[in-house]
Design a protein around this ligand. Structure first.
Ligand code: ATP
Length: 988
């Protein structure tokens, strides 16, 4: 007989002789440690066996009181493992006497009120002959068919565990999962072609998950009568084998549902076979090794540190050629030692208990995967790492980890959850997913080349290759964008009354040519302005202008992002938009992040306007910055208030409280990512407010009143850098995205040279500078700092180098430009450079933003290792803006950075370089870690890299809505959408 005994928490099984025979569920409240054997944990069915006849369990249960809860996996294959104590073991055998034992549960309950009784039919688990997969299948439905009392229901032990020894449990779980999920699949097969066994098993698991049958017919169909949302939002208790403690642990970490758990993505993958790499000082590398020691060391009364030493075997570089000769057999290895260090300042960190606790976090002998930046130490083969991630791996020899060469997922930690435990739980959660689970209609996923959702989850958590992980990642990013787009468009459609209006809106989005306006319909002023441009617009510029003007003619305020690579000509598009607004009789404001840029735009515009023949219609333009003299600023503000000034270009000064407009109709924000969200918001909303108050002010000129003036201004944001927040805004449906994709004709890519900053390198750079100057070019020399510093003597400084460069190039004039100069000095420096008075401009990165000197043809960047790739791309964009062939020399003073910078030699594509920048920042940051590229709504997507997926997601959302604008045809999708983007009424 088997009895279901509830001793408050978990569950266990009955057994006969040394084999497990029966499942018996019980729950036990307390843990018990160190009574029998070293690792006997918890409530291992002791009370079951002896309660009435033996002193031992009584003692055992008594001792249990006062012990804290302990995590439980019952992993004893028989009595020997269970009872370490020889005497107890004998007694136990005597008692069993070959038969099933009896246990007086009622008596036990009386004695121990914590014991609760329930009934549970005997279940054959394992008789040593039946194969596990068969039993698994037969078990799950039986178990789940409501025969459990409800509390126990959620906590049954996964039968898979019951015949494992504790040490092998983790390995086995993953092993079974791996074979379950991957091995049965043909290496060549696609993610959709799982074997039928696998399918059946997943279906069974699903059945156990949702408690009702489903009708998944295979990858070709995705019909289930259970919605995807219903499956994904199931409580995690549906994952087989979780005990109460694990459940509450997971819940405490926010993993309440399958979805939450499955969305805990690996932060990176390690190819453990290639973790042995060439070591270069200053690089981010990944190693696998074994912990040699872990010590908490008190260095002084207020300073302590933790030092963990890890020994790793790496390929011996000197013998590389021999290695190749011997193929893989004889690769010579050497051992290197990584010293992982963490420092603690403060007296409280120097006490022994603290030091002991930190050193005990790492166990000697553990195999670990470490990623971080290495620094060489004095002793040979010793490296220091101060910023690192450390993950304990399964046994290095484990075939799962090493031999198969699969990417090994590394999870970000969550409230101290053991990553190994997380990996296993996720792996079990994956089993519960049905095949081809996907709320997005199949034709959409096919059209956009996406893997189905369930495969994406498997691919991200258990990829067979990095390619598979990448496909999965792409799908998950797509979803992140798709549901936002779908939600916004859906809300917009909901807000429209008639079908006609809905069709109109969808048409606008689907046929973008309808949302542009032909040039003939531009205002007279805009057309006149076009005539004075010294060049013809590129097709991208034309399309962008047409789209913007189309929006400007609508009563609804535009909210648009104009994105284009450095030097593609965004400014002129913005000027044309201003002309259109002014031509319609309104005002425009143009905000830029630096005074230098404001002046540049102002002068550029004045130059163009001067050429216009229409004297009466010429717009009045003003410049308003922090340095504008008070009187003049007052005058300008008055002009804006009365409407005498139709266009103002300025810096943050434009958002000052005092600035009011008469009829502001467009607010342009250049290099918008340079402004904070608050500043931009202030600009947009404040202008609106001021427009209103001006209108309500009885003293303001009546002539300036427009009927529709109480409308927020149109907003046009511009950015060269595909920066996250701006694109994120573009995502929210109400902000549209316009991209300039081509560059003005006649431009040649800037030729880039990466040169080591040693004596020879400088000599070479100076020589090239001389050639350029002699050929009539102008040169920027960019420095990381203004003044030499004692702390960083290796850095070249702009001010300090002025004399040196002037001496070097006696026939040419040098200028200096940096942020600490006064506004007029800066302006003068740039003006001289532009006019050709100075030929060499020594500058800091102030020139990075928007500075436009079209005939500047060469840039030399000192200590370029101090700049990011994306930043160097922006800097480099200051040259090559005219027809003259341009060069950029990046002098790098560390050898290790030369490799990193090489990417700039090869590419001038801003998006690509942004993505390389991310990759080069370190291997640990690819997924799931919040950093500059992340915003909370998009945990996987890197907006600066994944912008193209955004566009696709937008099209897909439209496609779905064109098919069914109320989503009634796609109930699954609607349910999923309401989970991800609650469908609240328009105007939330
Ligand atoms: N269609 C065109 N043909 C030739 N030259 C052009 C064209 N459009 C713009 N330009 C010139 O290209 C240069 C760069 O233009 P602009 O400053 O507008 O670029 P941008 O996109 O704002 O770049 P950045 O992001 O670096 O500020 C300017 O000198 C401008 O006069």
């Amino acid at each position: 007989m088997s009895v279901a005994v509830s001793v408050v928490h978990l569950c266990s099984m009955g057994f006969s002789d040394k084999c497990l025979r029966h499942a018996v569920c019980f729950e036990a409240e307390r843990a018990y440690r160190n009574v029998i054997g070293r690792s006997l944990r918890f409530n291992n069915f002791i009370p079951l066996c002896f309660r009435s006849k033996h002193k031992f369990p009584e003692k055992f249960l008594k001792d249990v009181d006062g012990y804290e809860k302990e995590s439980v996996l019952i992993g004893y294959s028989g009595l020997d493992g269970l009872i370490g104590n020889e005497r107890s073991r004998e007694k136990f055998r005597e008692n069993l006497n070959g038969k099933s034992f009896d246990f007086n549960a009622t008596l036990a309950q009386k004695h121990f009120p914590c014991i609760k009784l329930g009934h549970f039919p005997s279940v054959e688990l394992y008789d040593g002959i039946t194969c596990y997969s068969e039993t698994t299948e037969s078990l799950i439905p039986q178990i789940m068919e409501g025969c459990f009392p409800s509390r126990i229901d959620a906590n049954w032990v996964d039968p898979n565990y019951l015949y494992h020894t504790p040490d092998s449990i983790c390995a086995e779980i993953s092993d079974t999962n791996a074979s379950y999920l991957l091995e049965e699949k043909d290496e060549e097969s696609t993610m959709n072609s799982q074997s039928s066994d696998w399918k059946t098993e997943r279906m069974d698991a699903l059945q156990s998950t949702v408690g009702k049958p489903c009708s998944i017919s295979g990858p070709e169909t995705q019909e289930t009568d259970i919605s995807v949302a219903e499956i994904l939002d199931k409580h995690i208790s549906c994952i087989p084998g979780l005990n109460k403690r694990q459940l509450s642990q997971l819940e405490n970490c926010g993993f309440h549902t399958l979805r939450k758990l499955l969305h805990h993505f690996p932060r990176t993958y390690v190819d453990l076979q290639n973790a042995e790499v060439e070591i270069d000082d200053g690089q981010y590398l990944i190693f696998v090794g074994r912990i040699m020691s872990s010590r908490g060391i008190r260095a002084s009364g207020s300073f302590a540190f933790l030092e963990v030493i890890v020994a790793c075997e790496v390929a011996d570089i000197k013998t590389d050629s021999e290695c190749i000769a011997n193929e893989f057999d004889d690769i010579r290895k050497r051992t290197i030692y990584l010293h992982l260090k963490k420092f603690f300042r403060g007296a409280r960190f120097t006490c022994q208990p603290f030091l002991k606790s930190i050193q005990e976090k790492h166990r000697e002998g553990d195999t670990v995967c470490i990623s971080g930046k290495v620094r060489t130490m004095r002793s040979k083969d010793h490296f220091e790492m101060r910023e690192y991630n450390i993950d304990v791996l399964k046994d290095e020899g484990d075939s799962n980890v090493h031999a198969k060469g699969r990417p090994y997922p590394i999870y970000p930690s969550r409230k101290g959850l053991n990553p190994e435990f997380l990996r296993d739980i996720i792996s079990r959660a994956l089993k519960t997913l049905p095949i081809s689970l996907d709320p997005i209609p199949k034709d959409v996923t096919q059209e956009f080349g996406l893997v189905c959702l369930s495969d994406a989850y498997i691919g991200i958590h258990q990829p067979k290759s990095l390619n598979e992980a990448d496909l999965a990642r792409r799908r998950l990013i797509f979803d992140e964008f798709f549901y936002v787009q779908l939600g916004r468009l859906f809300q917009m459609l909901e807000g429209l009354g008639t079908e006609l209006e809905k069709d109109g809106l969808l048409e606008k989005y689907t046929k973008t040519e309808l949302s542009a306006i032909s040039m003939e319909e531009w205002s007279h002023l805009t057309k006149e302005f076009m005539k004075v441009l010294p060049y013809t617009l590129t097709s991208s510029q034309l399309r962008a202008t047409s789209e913007i003007i189309w929006d400007l003619k609508r009563p609804v305020p535009m909210n648009r992002l104009l994105q284009g690579d450095v030097g593609c000509g965004k400014t002129v598009v913005a000027f044309l938009a201003c002309m259109e607004i002014i031509g319609l009789g309104y005002q425009a404001a143009f905000m830029v992040p630096t005074e230098l840029l404001a002046i540049q735009h102002y002068e550029h515009l004045l130059g163009l306007l001067e050429k216009m023949e229409l004297d009466n219609e010429k717009p009045s333009v003003a410049l308003l910055t922090g340095s504008t003299p008070t009187k003049q600023a007052q005058y300008i503000r008055k002009g804006l208030q009365t409407g005498d000034i139709s266009l103002v270009i300025g810096t943050h000064a434009l958002i000052a409280e005092k600035v009011e407009f008469s009829t502001l109709r467009i607010a342009i924000v250049d290099e918008q990512h340079r402004f904070g969200v608050v500043q931009r918001g202030l600009f947009n909303s404040k202008l609106y407010f001021n427009t209103l108050t001006s209108q309500l002010d009885p003293t303001s000129s009546k002539d300036n009143l427009k009927n529709d003036v109480v409308v927020a201004p149109h907003v046009l944001a511009m950015s060269a850098t595909p920066i996250p927040r701006s694109l994120a805004l573009a995502l929210y449906g109400d902000m549209s995205l316009t991209q300039i994709t081509d560059i003005p004709p006649g431009r040649t890519p800037v030729k880039t040279y990466i040169i080591e900053g040693n004596e020879d390198g400088f000599e070479k750079a100076y020589q090239m500078m001389m050639e350029e100057l002699d050929g009539g070019g102008k040169v920027y020399v960019v420095y990381p700092v203004i003044q030499q510093s004692e702390q960083l003597p290796q850095l070249r400084a702009a001010s300090a180098d002025l004399e040196n460069i002037s001496k070097r190039f006696p026939n040419y004039n040098c200028g200096l430009l940096h942020g600490r100069m006064k506004s007029d000095e800066k302006d003068e420096a740039l003006r001289s450079f532009r006019s050709g008075q100075t030929h060499i401009l020594l500058s800091t990165q102030v020139i990075e933003i928007g500075v436009d000197v079209p005939d500047a043809s060469m840039m030399v960047v000192m200590n370029s290792e101090r700049f990011g790739i994306a930043q160097l791309h922006q800097l480099r964009g200051r040259v090559g803006r005219g027809e003259r062939k341009s060069k950029c020399i990046l002098l790098a003073s560390t050898t290790s950075s030369l490799k990193r910078l090489k990417v700039l030699e090869k590419s001038s594509d801003g998006f690509y370089l942004a993505s390389m920048d991310l990759l080069l920042r370190g291997p640990g940051d690819l997924l799931g870690k919040k950093q500059s590229g992340h915003i909370p709504e998009f945990p996987v997507a890197r907006l600066e890299v994944d912008g193209n997926i955004l566009q696709e997601a937008h099209l897909a959302a439209l496609k779905v809505l064109v098919n069914s604008d109320d989503l009634e045809k796609f109930p699954d999708l609607k349910a999923e959408l309401s989970m991800r983007q609650p469908l609240c009424p328009l105007g939330d």
